[in-house]
Design a protein around this ligand. Sequence first.
Ligand code: HEM
Length: 456
Amino acid sequence: MSQDLLTLPHPHPVKALEEYSRDRLGFMQRCTQEYQGIVPLKFGDEWFCLLANPDYITQVLKDRMLFIKAKDIQQLSGILGNGLLNSEGDFWLRQRRLAQPVFHQQQIHSYAAVMVEYTQRMLETWQDGEVHDVHEAMMRLTLNIVMKTLFDQNVEDTAAGSIAHTLDVAMNWVEYQEAKNVMGALTEIGELQSLSADMPHEEIDQRLQEAIALFDETVYAIIQQRRANGTTGKDLLGMLMQVEDADDGSRMTDKQLRDEAATLILAGHETTANALSWTWMLLAQNPHIREKLNAELQTVLNGRTPTLADLPQLTYTNWVIKESMRLYPPATDISREATQDCEIGGYFIPKGTTLIASQWAMHRDARYFSEPELFQPERWANDLEKQLPRGVYFPFGDGPRVCIGKSFAVMEAVLLLATIAQKFQLDLVSDQHIELQPSITLRARHGIKFVLQDAA
Ligand code: HEM
């Protein structure tokens, strides 16, 4: 490494952790605008660097050996085991190679009909004039879809119900951990007197362990039943059971299947549900855009339910989803840990530093998007995505660890939006407080309530 590397500039002078814990997204955005390169932050004893330059983001996301997943993802290993999201090294590479063909467009196309069918089932329970928390409805719908496509099970089935329960408990646990980490660091720098003594951590940990045990029992029973019957099935689990390592012909063990299944359920439903919830909010806030969307649906579908074959014609619908994920990226930031001393943009980065790439901040950066705070799906015309520098728009991440479910998610979001928008217009219930909750994914803390109106 060159001798004349710059040392990192002085840590951001604001009381970073306090501001971060109060308004994580705004803080990232302000730092990005102010510094535009690399922003060193110190929370307690730990060093973090926010990457505010697309080249640095690309450099970090491309190199999976030098930059591994940071603690926020590693802490999920108690729940996800060694699944694709949090495994590393050769093990991850083998699993990714095995799973990749299962997510190939040709394979997942067969799920389009499931996605539309489950949406229609939900719509049959909706009535004109009703008020719904659409965030909750989208979570339920995408969970139903992932359970059907992964296990060929309905959530009403006992097994799927147990799995859904585990997920709830796990997410609460993750939120609790995050709160605990921030509070612990605040205590260390004297911002808080002490970590609240009455936090029921033992109880929370115990609930998690019980939920994981239930999950394991359920998933192993499904796998064993299939092995015993000699049938694997055409769902994602079945395909994962069949794939063979090209080098030695081996297949995934039960433990690997269990870990990948847990990962796909967790990574595969809440993200898409959030993308849709924010999309409904943006459409209700921008009626002129909703009209353009409806006009496209009318022209292309004319009241028909959408199918896979319609997707290439649903250009505006696609832009709506893309633009919604620009403003409200379901994953607001990605972090990595440097495994060795290294260099980024001429700065020396010590081993162990956590590097953060913030979709939230880059997607709203006026250097790359005109009027960045406005919802303008048209901006994606003329292949804007290809013209942007790499590292500016990355809702699905980038590099070797890019989201394996990207095609699945985009297909799902477009089909669900087109199916629902043809039946109902969703208007926001007035006077509600919609609060962002950036956790592992960007949720609406109190949900988002809409009044349904027949879209006749
Ligand atoms: C709008 C929906 C989605 C968004 C925004 C999203 C976003 C992301 C992002 C940003 C990453 C990279 C994380 C990192 O580099 O640290 C990722 C990874 C991943 N996603 Fe998604 N995701 C979505 C939907 C899905 C779906 C539907 C599935 C599966 C059915 C899925 C499965 C995964 C898996 C397994 C990984 C880990 C891949 C690896 O490291 O090899 N995601 N996702």
